[in-house]
Design a protein around this ligand. Structure first.
Ligand SMILES: [Zn+2]
Length: 377
């Protein structure tokens, strides 16, 4: 029975350990256990004699990195994130993995514990059977992909290196070789409070923000008219959150918006923010804050070694292979920025990620493991 293959058993174990990303909420209760999941993964690797590092990215939220030295000339990074999104609106028990109709259900089953299980099993298979993989392997299970991408960034800052890599996300076993990046920041309007009966004595920050938002809308529309990237389209800008004012009888002295900017590969932070500041010229009382989130877009050439070798393995195992591009951002943006050509690949359908009945097709998980094993052979 396929349900009893080691990779599916491992996936069920991973899903049973809740590892929700707090995503800005207080980290209370047992559902935010990225640390417990990290400890499980570390023990899984160490039990097989794999040299393993656990480093705390923030309190209770570590990265786990295992190193398999095959004495090979090249090193491959196999990465997947430990965290999942929230389980608030789930219609199934999020942390009791259920196998039904060839699927495994549970929060994180698709995004992205299926990739984690497939990568771990494929690599550990070599160790357990005392065979040498074709590459040295860096197995990375990182925290906080779903919110701030701090795990991958921390791993890179601590010297994570490889010749190429695969970031595990549900791509339906297709290769995603390019995706957009995302940069988010706040813009504050600062005014002067006064009683609302005497508005002339204050400076209304909401009125200031209204002008700012109009300028941002114009800027966003202009981006949509730029020459599109052949696969990724144009960059975008969207104001997604506005907050301001304390009470209706007070002229508000502050207002803030949060801006979401989707970027193309190669766009720099300065190149993103300069036009924003420029567009606000002539207005007073605003501050463009430094981005609190920035993941670069990425593009790995179609003929690069990682695309070609992974495509060949997919062909051998599945008989067909699709190389595509995506609009969502992943940890791969950070690894590419750090000089590690990294594609996105994994079992599961992105349409299932983050949903109320999240699940993954078991057959895809088993095939993903076989593909990675082929790649390492
Ligand atoms: Zn994911």
């Amino acid at each position: 029975m396929t349900e009893h293959t080691p990779v599916i058993r491992l996936l069920a174990d991973l899903v049973a350990i809740p590892s929700m990303n707090p995503m800005g909420r207080p980290r209370e209760g047992s559902s935010y256990s990225e640390g417990t999941l990290a400890a499980f993964v570390a023990a899984y690797l160490r039990d097989r004699g794999i040299r393993t590092e656990v480093t705390e990215v923030s309190e209770g939220r570590p990265n786990v990195i295992g190193y398999i030295d095959a004495g090979a000339a090249q090193t491959i990074l196999l990465e997947a994130h430990l965290d999942t999104v929230h389980a608030d609106s789930m219609e199934i028990d999020p942390f009791t993995p259920v196998l039904r109709d060839g699927r495994l259900y549970g929060r994180g089953s698709c995004d992205t514990k299926a990739s984690l299980a497939a990568f771990l099993r494929a690599a550990c298979d070599f160790v357990e059977s005392d065979r040498r993989p074709k590459y040295n392997i860096v197995l990375a299970a990182v925290s906080d992909e779903e919110y701030r991408f701090t795990g991958a960034r921390y791993a890179v800052s601590r010297g994570l290196r490889a010749d190429f890599g695969i970031a595990g996300e549900p791509t339906g076993l297709n290769i995603v070789r390019a995706h957009k990046g995302v940069t988010r920041w706040y813009i504050r309007a600062e005014g002067k409070a006064a009683h609302s009966a005497y508005p002339e004595r204050g400076v209304n920050a909401i009125y200031t923000m209204a002008h700012i938002v109009t300028r941002l809308e114009t800027l966003g529309n202009a981006l949509l008219r730029e020459k599109p990237h052949p696969f990724l389209g144009t960059p975008t800008l969207s104001v997604g959150v506005i907050e301001g004012g304390q009470a209706v009888n007070v002229v508000p002295d502050r207002c803030r918006v949060e801006v979401d900017r989707r970027t193309l590969p190669g766009e720099s932070r300065a190149g993103i923010l300069a036009p924003v500041r420029e567009s606000l010229r002539g207005l007073e009382g605003w501050v463009v804050e430094d981005p609190h989130l920035a993941v670069a877009g990425m593009e790995v050439p179609e003929n690069s070694p990682i695309v070609r070798t992974l495509a060949a393995s997919i062909h051998r195992v599945s008989g067909a292979c699709v190389v595509e591009t995506a609009h969502y951002a992943t940890d791969a943006g950070i690894y590419n920025e750090a000089g590690i050509p990294t594609v996105v690949f994994g079992p599961g359908d992105i349409a299932q990620a983050h949903t109320s009945v999240e699940h993954v097709e078991i057959s895809q998980v088993i095939r993903a493991e076989a593909i990675i094993r082929d790649l390492l052979s």
